[in-house]
Ligand binder design. Sequence first.
Ligand code: 3HC
Ligand code: NAI
Length: 714
Amino acid sequence: MSELVLTSKDGEIGIITVNNPPVNALSPGVPEGIAAGVEEFGKDPSVKAIVLIGGGRTFIAGADIKEFGKMTSGERKRGPGFLEILDRIEMSSKPVVAAIHGTAFGGGLETAMACHYRVAVPAAQVGQPEVKLGIIPGAAGTQRLPRLAGVAIGVKMCADGDPIGAAEALKDGIIDQVVQGDLLQGAIAFAKGKIGTAPRRTRDLNGKLGSEQANAPIFAAARDAARKKARNVLAPQAAIDAVEAATKLPYEEGVKREQELFLNCLFDNQSKALIHVFFGEREVAKIPDVPKDIQMIPVNKVGVIGAGTMGGGIAMVFANAGIPVLLKETEQAALDRGIATIQKNYANSVKRGRFTQEFMDQRMKLIHPQLTYDGFADLDMIVEAVFEGMELKKKVFGDLDKIAKPGAILASNTSTLNVDEIASATTRPHMVIGTHFFSPANVMRLLELVRGKASSKEVIATCMALSKKLGKVGVLVGNCRGFVGNRMFGPYRREAQFLVEEGATVEAVDKALYDYGMAMGPLATGDLAGLDVGWRIRKEFKDAEDKSVRQPLLEDRLCEMGRFGQKTGAGWYKYDENRRPLHDPEVDKVIEQVRKEAGIQPRHIGAEEIVDRVIYALVNEGARILEQGFALRSVDIDIIYLNGYGYPAYRGGPMWYADTVGLDKVYARVSEFHKQHGALWEPAPLLARLAKEGKKFSDFTSSAFSATAKGSNA
Ligand code: 3HC
Ligand code: NAI
């Protein structure tokens, strides 16, 4: 018996314990060990029933995801078949009971369903999250789950990938008992009750599979929902096909169909990208020069300064995590407005059933509105979210330096300003960091943590850990203008405008990017965020502009007409009362005028060119950021784009996408654009180098990463 799986006995009950920390993934040796345990107890006359349990913090969190990459690259042959191993467990003549705590996910739930019975602690969760990795259950999950839970629940769980808790799983028939108290003892007691009974095999339970007529609308609705929720993604549709097969084919044939669909998904680029995202979200938390065991700063009480758009949202983020917040403003009217917005946001969530009135009341009680710094001396962390202006920020940090206790983290939500200069207003720059939340702060998952040149490792580690507690993905970035996300967004939106100047329609540009998978087209995104923000900045820096470099012309014109986007009812589009974008002939006139003035002869531009221009502008800037050391790894950039900018996860992020296309091809296209469109398209040296060496962005780790990386946020 391998060390990965341990066996023991408690009277007539054989106990199999999976021992593969941290999450008992089904790495090579684990499924084999479980089956061997079942067979060993099968032969042992003193054992009358078997309990399968997970050691440590969880049951089995699924197949070992690292193995998928080895399978698709050919490094590992497809195994002896996890499926056959589960069959061996199910065929046991002695009852096998799965005892679940933590998570029974993916192959973990499939293992549990191959057992004859399942019991779980109240906090346990079960689910088939494979679609989130771009695959489908590959060990009969789509065949066994509807047999236990019925077709509607089976298809929902396999196509959405969201887990359910023990109480719901009991109601749905996925588990047989919720165990209060000690799980192993509860499972042993349950197993004793089954001694001498014929094992109940899930594959034989056909009672919940429904009729073709009853099932047809369930599958149609599921396909429709998946098309909307996971646009362009293969796996949810494949999962639905597989569950449908369970209702139409005998068990063995349904399993074969599931295998075909599973392998189609596994070998597709989408699953490779989504698996990259799974590990990427965990990788970004690892900062090479910050030791894992570094002392964290306890963050139990925080302050937020400014109750505007961002400050209010940030206060909600802390309150949602149960952390009390002092929310400071300068004027009563602004404070009242801020609190009213918070209240309205919470009330909307209650109305939509996202949480209860009681939850809202508790959260509101955690937010203390005030006009003074009373109580700030006690706070562990203070986040500044006042207007964007260096003088004001320095004034606020100067005040905080006098008020805050020595160990308090001082954070700025600035979206553009130099964090080092802000920190220079204090006598403790090592306690200062940028915490760049995205709007709406209570919704968007991304949190760019901006490392100043003095930010201490303790502060960085604490903010990384805090991100997770706040339900965010924290990504550490360097202190350059626009940091990582907004710095790349500039060229992305610039190219979208150039394409319109050159002949594409507004709708064609947005549609090409939407079809590529972006949540919204770049021009519609501009309308949503407000075109005036960039316009004001451009006006301010007009004199500093390099006149030899092509500047986009159209947005300034639109702003001069008062077309600031959705907030004024018109921008690139005009908007109806439901904020639906409509084509606006007024914009056509402006475009025509601008083309005439600039001497541009409009030409037809196809979707492929639109996508290449806009996405490669992102990639080329990303390559510069990486080489200059403002991002640690290409995956950090990917995670930023996926969580802050509506980039489609199934493409893995802009840098992963470029790797998938092949950097030689990307470089060739960027060079072509350079010839056609000039200096703005100069290929990033890193792109050129990696392309030449036949390498990928994912092969590159920045050795330069630090707050003082080349370039600056001047
Ligand atoms: N395979 C390999 N590694 C895994 C893993 C898995 N299934 N699940 C988690 N890990 C790793 C993580 O990468 C992380 O590694 P690190 O410490 O080196 O970064 C470590 O285990 C701990 O994971 P988390 O940081 O995510 O721990 P949490 O406690 O926050 O979450 C969890 C635990 C809820 C289990 C979460 O890890 C998770 O959702 N895991 C994935 C579950 C999943 O998708 N299962 C299905 C796999 S596909 C499958 O089973 C196919 C089958 O049908 C054949
Ligand atoms: P906002 O204008 O909505 O809110 C700023 C608030 O700060 C106002 O309510 C103002 O009364 C208050 N304020 C000003 N001086 C103050 C002081 N000395 N003490 C206390 N309160 C004070 O601005 P918004 O959009 O919330 O931006 C705040 C910061 O967040 C800026 O640095 C901005 O660049 C950044 N940011 C904004 C994003 C956005 O989409 N709006 C996204 C990410 C960052």
